[in-house]
Design a protein around this ligand. Structure first.
Ligand code: FES
Ligand SMILES: [Fe+2]
Length: 439
C-alpha cells in the first residue's frame, strides 16, 4: 500500500513530474528501425505526454521532434520529409532534426525570424533494429546506452513486438516482476496432473506460493522466486528488473531463447511495451519468429487480436481485445481448460492490469509476502523521484551501462543452496555461452 501522495509520485510522468524526469534520464526504446523508412513519411509518436513525430533524415539517422509547428501550430505529421528536414505544409517553414528552423519562405529574405524559433528535438540512436531516444536535459552530452546483451547481436538473432496498454506504466511494469501470478492467471487446469508437461508448469501448480528474495543491484533488482519441486528440490526463477522500466524474466529449456521488455510511458494513462525474444548464439529460424509472434510471447498481439491499424501514435500496436469486450473471456474455456478463460497470454495480464483502473489506487491495496519484488521496486523508484524532486539528482543507474550486461535465469537446486551464489556466473553475459534452464 502507498499513500495517495506516493502513488501520485510513482505514477505521474508528464510535464515536470519528478518521476517523468527520472525516467527521461535514461535511454528508452520506442520504434523498430523498419518502421521509419528512408526517405519516408513521418510517424506520430507520443511519449511522456508529448506529441512528437519521428522521421528518417537524409543522413540515415532518425529524428524525433515536436509535432506542432511553432508558427500557427499545424501538425508537422502532414509535412514533407525533404533533404535537410521536415517542411510544414501550411506555410512552408522547415525544421531540421535538431529542431532548428532552417527555412522560412513565408517571410522576407532579409528576415532573421527563423533563428528565433524552433521545436523540441530529442536525440535518437539505433541498436540491433531498435530506435532509442534520450529525452533528458543533456541533449548535447547524453548518458551512454545500456549494454544489454541483445544490443550487441545481429538483428537476425531477435524478433520483436510492441503493444499499447491503456494503463499507467507502473502497474504494467509491476506485473512483469510479479512471479506469483503465473500459478493462476496464466495457468491451465491440467497443469498439476502427474506427467503433465512442461515440468515447470507442474511445479507452479504444486507450489503456488513462491518464496521471494530480492537483492539490490547496481542496475535495479535481482528477484528470485523459489518454489518447492515435487522431488524435494527448489526451482528458482530469477527476474532482472533494470531501471528505468526494463525487465527480463527467466528463460526455459536447454540453450534457451531469452526475453527482454521495456514499458515506456506514452502518458500517464497509456504505456507502450516493446519486447524482444533473442538467442545469444544464433539467428532465429523463420519458424521461431512466426511462433513468437503467434504466441504473443514478445508482447506482440497475434494477428487475430490486432485492432485495425491507424496513423495515431503507435497506431499499429493496439489490440481489439479490451476491457469493454472482457478481453474475449470464454467462461466455457474457464470451466474446462484454462484458469482465466482469456485467450492470449498478454491479454490475461492486460485484463488484470487494466481492470485495476487506469492509474491503480495503491492506497487501497493489501500487499502480501509474495509482493516483495513490487515493494522493492516502488521503494527504489520513489527514492529516485524524491532525490530528483529535492535537488535534481540524476539516477546513478543511468550512468552505468556496463552494469546492464546481465541475464535472467532459472535453475533447480538442492534446497539448502544459495540461488544467488549458484547463479552468479550464469547471470553474466559471456559471449558464446547460454546456460541451460529447466523446462
Ligand atoms: S503553421 Fe507551419 S508554417 Fe505555418
Ligand atoms: Fe503475466
Amino acid at each position: 500500500m502507498l499513500s495517495v501522495e506516493d502513488n501520485e509520485l510513482l505514477t505521474r510522468v508528464t510535464g515536470d513530474a519528478p518521476m517523468g524526469r527520472v525516467l527521461r534520464s535514461f535511454w528508452l526504446p520506442f520504434l523498430f528501425s523498419r518502421e521509419v523508412e528512408a526517405p519516408g513519411p513521418p510517424l506520430r509518436v507520443r511519449l511522456f505526454g508529448e506529441d512528437l513525430i519521428a522521421f528518417r533524415t537524409e543522413n540515415g539517422g532518425v529524428a524525433l521532434v515536436g509535432e506542432r509547428c511553432p508558427h500557427r501550430r499545424a501538425s508537422l505529421y502532414f509535412g514533407r520529409n525533404e533533404e535537410g528536414g521536415i517542411r510544414c505544409l501550411y506555410h512552408g517553414w522547415k525544421f531540421d532534426g535538431s529542431g532548428s528552423c532552417v527555412d522560412m519562405p513565408s517571410e522576407p529574405d532579409h528576415s532573421s525570424f527563423k533563428s528565433k524559433v524552433g521545436i523540441a528535438a530529442y536525440i535518437c540512436e539505433e541498436r540491433c533494429g531498435v530506435v532509442w531516444t534520450y529525452m533528458g536535459p543533456n541533449q548535447s552530452a547524453p548518458p551512454p546506452l545500456p549494454r544489454l546483451e541483445w544490443m550487441a547481436l545481429p538483428e537476425s538473432h531477435h524478433v520483436g513486438g510492441k503493444r499499447v496498454q491503456p494503463t499507467n506504466w507502473a502497474q504494467a511494469l509491476e506485473g512483469e516482476i510479479d512471479q506469483s501470478h503465473v500459478s493462476f492467471v496464466h495457468s491451465r487446469l491440467d497443469a498439476g496432473r502427474d506427467g503433465s508437461k512442461p515440468n515447470v508448469d507442474r511445479i507452479r501448480a504444486v507450489d503456488r506460493h513462491p518464496h521471494f528474495e530480492v537483492v539490490e543491484m547496481p542496475y535495479g533488482h535481482c528477484i528470485a522466486a523459489g518454489r518447492n519441486t515435487p522431488e524435494g528440490q527448489k526451482y528458482w526463477r530469477i527476474t532482472q528488473q533494470l531501471l528505468p522500466t526494463f525487465a527480463m524474466t527467466g528463460p526455459y529449456g536447454p540453450d534457451p531463447k531469452r526475453m527482454w521488455r521495456s514499458w515506456v510511458p506514452i502518458d500517464d494513462e497509456n504505456v507502450l511495451v516493446l519486447g524482444l525474444q533473442f538467442h545469444p548464439r544464433r539467428p532465429l529460424t523463420d519458424e521461431e519468429r512466426a511462433a513468437a509472434l503467434e504466441r504473443s510471447s514478445v508482447w506482440n498481439i497475434s494477428a487475430k487480436f490486432k485492432a485495425e491499424p491507424s496513423s495515431k501514435a503507435f497506431g499499429s500496436w493496439y489490440a481489439n481485445a479490451t476491457l469493454e469486450n472482457d478481453y474475449f473471456q470464454d467462461r466455457e474455456a474457464q470451466r474446462t481448460s484454462t484458469f482465466s478463460g482469456i485467450p492470449e497470454f498478454w491479454a490475461q495480464d492486460a485484463a488484470m492490469q487494466v481492470s485495476m483502473g487506469t492509474v491503480c489506487d495503491r492506497s487501497q491495496e493489501h500487499l502480501g509476502t509474495s509482493d516483495l519484488a513490487i515493494i522493492s521496486m516502488r521503494k527504489r523508484l520513489l527514492a529516485a523521484a524524491k532525490a530528483m524532486q529535492a535537488d535534481g539528482t540524476i539516477p546513478p543507474e543511468s550512468m552505468q551501462p556496463d552494469a546492464y550486461a546481465v541475464r535472467s535465469d532459472a535453475v533447480i537446486l538442492a534446497p539448502d543452496l544459495s540461488w544467488f551464489e549458484a547463479t552468479k556466473e550464469r547471470r553474466l553475459v559471456i559471449a558464446g555461452t547460454n546456460p541451460d534452464c529447466p523446462s
